[in-house]
Design a protein around this ligand. Structure first.
Ligand SMILES: Nc1ncnc2c1ncn2[C@@H]1O[C@H](COP(=O)(O)OP(=O)(O)OP(=O)(O)O)[C@@H](O)[C@H]1O
Ligand SMILES: [Mg+2]
Length: 309
């Protein structure tokens, strides 16, 4: 399937269950096609879980949901061994991480130990259970959700872990029209099941096509300049890592593909930059007091860096 056809069908299908949020759907597609993982951030009740589940249903891949809580252990996610009495041998019981799309709900409620088991797997694309290494399925996409409101019993994700997410997507309140439409559709019972629109082989072939999307030297330099400016900004305590720049390139390629191109243009980079960078940049304490957010600095940088022709 071509990129434009895929994204159009996907948005239409997810719309059966979700009002609006088309930008979120597109970003989830970007992550899927560029082998990234996503952090969905938003207050309770803005449809984080509904969006993730509907997206998974539409792409029809094996889906699993892990509700993270403080008493969840790493083995509850990756799996463990058990003794099979009948055959007198140890067997491996795979955990819920063995799925194509894993919804890690409320990731900041798990202990650091469990968080890091999940994030290791995300990075390595394999898990080790009692010394045995088992690859995770392909494709593999983690959608983690997080409530930004600091609450008791919450373990903040360390910066090193955040860097492993390709994109952070902030889900805000709907606008007036959307919220009214949402109420109207609820009133009429106008929400329905999301069906599969594509099969796995087609998704894998799109992932290949995305890898073959070209980026010119000028585009690479543009990405580099944005990255360097985050590192050199005097208000910034931690700037973009090389991995962040790699993610910016990969996500731009996927976006180019969804727009029907086999080459990246600087606008792809510009469009994706805030989602790739905002969770990795730390502002120095003295500047945070003015309510300055990483997003503001990134937007300033995007305005400043000359866009190559
Ligand atoms: N844009 C929307 N379209 C359709 N339904 C919505 C939308 N926004 C909210 N809802 C509805 O609101 C309810 C809460 O959604 P959901 O559970 O997905 O939110 P959440 O962000 O995961 O919340 P929590 O942080 O509590 O887990 C559901 O009934 C969902 O259908
Ligand atoms: Mg939820």
């Amino acid at each position: 399937m071509e990129g434009r056809e895929f994204i159009e069908k996907l948005k239409k299908e997810v719309n059966k269950a979700v009002v609006g949020k088309e930008d979120v759907i597109e970003l989830l597609a970007v992550a899927l096609l560029s082998k990234g993982h996503v952090l969905l951030e938003g207050v309770p009740g803005v449809a984080k879980t509904t969006i993730a589940k509907s997206f998974a249903d539409a792409i029809g891949l094996e889906f699993s949901r892990i509700q993270l809580t403080p008493d969840l252990m790493p083995a509850d996610i990756i799996g463990s061994t058990y003794y099979d009495q009948k055959n007198s041998e140890f067997k491996i019981k795979k955990g819920p991480i063995f799925a194509n799309v894993v919804l890690a709900d409320e990731i900041n409620r798990a202990t650091p130990k469990t968080q890091s088991a999940l994030l290791e797997a995300m990075q390595e694309l394999q898990v080790t259970i009692e010394g045995q290494t088992i690859p995770l399925p392909k494709p593999f996409l983690v959608i983690a959700t997080m409530n930004p409101i600091e609450a008791e019993g919450v373990y903040k994700l360390p910066e090193a872990q955040l860097d492993r997410f390709m994109l952070k997507i902030e889900i805000g309140y709907p606008n007036k029209d959307e919220e009214l439409l949402f109420l109207e559709r609820k009133d009429k019972g106008d929400f329905s099941k999301v069906n599969k629109i594509i099969d796995k082989n087609e998704i894998l072939s799109m992932i290949n096509k995305v890898m073959n999307v070209k980026a010119s030297k000028k585009v690479l330099e543009y990405i580099y300049k944005i990255g360097i400016m985050t590192r050199n900004d005097e208000r910034v305590r931690l700037g973009a890592s090389p991995r962040a720049l790699e993610h910016m390139l990969l996500a731009s390629k996927a976006l180019a593909f969804l727009r029907g191109r086999n080459y990246v243009i600087p606008d792809d980079v510009k469009e994706i930059a805030v989602n790739v960078l905002s969770h990795r940049i730390l502002i120095k304490g003295e500047y945070e007091v003015d309510g300055l957010k990483p997003k503001d600095i990134i937007e300033e940088i995007l305005d400043k860096v000359e866009v190559p022709k």
